[in-house]
Design a protein around this ligand. Structure first.
Ligand SMILES: Nc1ncnc2c1ncn2[C@@H]1O[C@H](COP(=O)(O)OP(=O)(O)O)[C@@H](O)[C@H]1O
Ligand SMILES: [Mg+2]
Length: 290
């Protein structure tokens, strides 16, 4: 059994752990998107590659860095065309990576989320926010680990940030601020099971709870309501592996903040003492080519 992890660098804890657990049940192989050459065409049996032969993989777990996102996505779709199982699929990776595409998908299923908008250019951003209650959160469409996110308290803040984003010709994803008191929940779904759940607590009573920003994780037992909400999300985006982030608004109740297609799980393994990498590899083996 050859299990490929599609990633360029293995400094990231989750990718390293996956490789480690994969090697316990078969052969865990580093599949570096930088060394792939994808060719379509019958003569080459459709699929050629510089350093490694893609056809040898029984299953692949894409986990590529944002830097190689476009190419990683192509490689994932290419593998799917070759009928090599991938966790997650190209379409679910694409949806979850883009915060507004995620929102559109959740909205179709009437899943509760903060009021959201997207706009490009200072004037339009200022026009859009007139319709939204303050404070707001401005985000880059594809950010992660709490980077590229700012709280906007008033029109002055909004204009500053709108001009900054406009300087990069980047759209702003705008969300209503959820007053969660510096705590939210991450429910990690692997296949049709909750592999682990944590409560993330902001250390300085700040509003960002990302563990990668030094915040704290404690084990958490989700209520049936939260479990149902998390599964509704993964049904909507059709992921095999997904970190569902939920914040609870004092008045409106639980709201889905975002979905993570390559969820980091260092903090989650540490807090819950669960072997999440093993769960993911077990699912990969179950889905692998027979
Ligand atoms: N609308 C919001 N209201 C309140 N807090 C938010 C909101 N959006 C994000 N946050 C906080 O900021 C953190 C990072 O935001 P998120 O959208 O998950 O981006 P990233 O992909 O960078 O993790 C979240 O975990 C949450 O704690
Ligand atoms: Mg997040």
């Amino acid at each position: 059994m050859e299990i490929g992890i599609l990633r360029s660098s293995f400094k990231e804890y989750g990718s390293r752990r996956l490789l480690e657990e994969a090697s316990k049940v078969g052969k865990g192989v580093k599949l570096d998107p930088r060394h792939l050459c994808l060719i379509l065409g019958n003569k080459l049996d459709g699929h050629s590659i510089y350093e490694k032969d893609l056809a040898r993989f029984d299953v692949v777990i894409p986990r590529f860095r944002t830097k190689y996102f476009d190419f990683g996505l192509l490689a994932t779709q290419h593998l799917e065309n070759m009928r090599i199982p991938v966790l997650n699929s190209a379409v679910s990776i694409k949806t979850c990576k883009n915060k507004y595409l995620t929102s559109l998908t959740l909205q179709k299923k009437r899943i509760p989320q903060p009021l959201s908008a997207v706009a490009l250019g200072t004037n339009d951003i200022m026009r859009v926010i007139k319709h939204l209650p303050k404070p707001l959160v401005f985000k880059t469409i594809q950010g992660s680990e709490g980077f590229g996110i700012s709280k906007i308290n008033n029109d002055g803040d909004a204009k500053d940030w709108a001009q900054t984003f406009a300087g990069f010709h980047a759209p702003i994803y705008i969300q209503e601020f959820i007053d969660h008191g510096g705590e939210d929940y991450r429910i990690l779904i692997v296949g049709d099971k909750i592999a682990a759940a944590i409560k993330r607590i902001s250390k300085n009573k700040n509003w960002k709870t990302n563990i990668s920003q030094g915040n704290v994780a404690v084990p958490f037992k989700p209520s049936n309501e939260l479990k149902e909400l998390a599964f509704k999300c993964t049904d909507a985006v059709k992921t095999d592996i997904c970190g569902v982030d939920i914040a609870v608004d004092q008045e409106k109740g639980p709201m889905v903040i975002e979905l993570n297609q390559f969820a980091g799980f260092k903090g989650t393994e540490k807090a819950t003492k669960k072997n999440i990498a093993r769960e993911i590899i077990r699912l990969a083996v179950k889905k692998a080519r027979q």
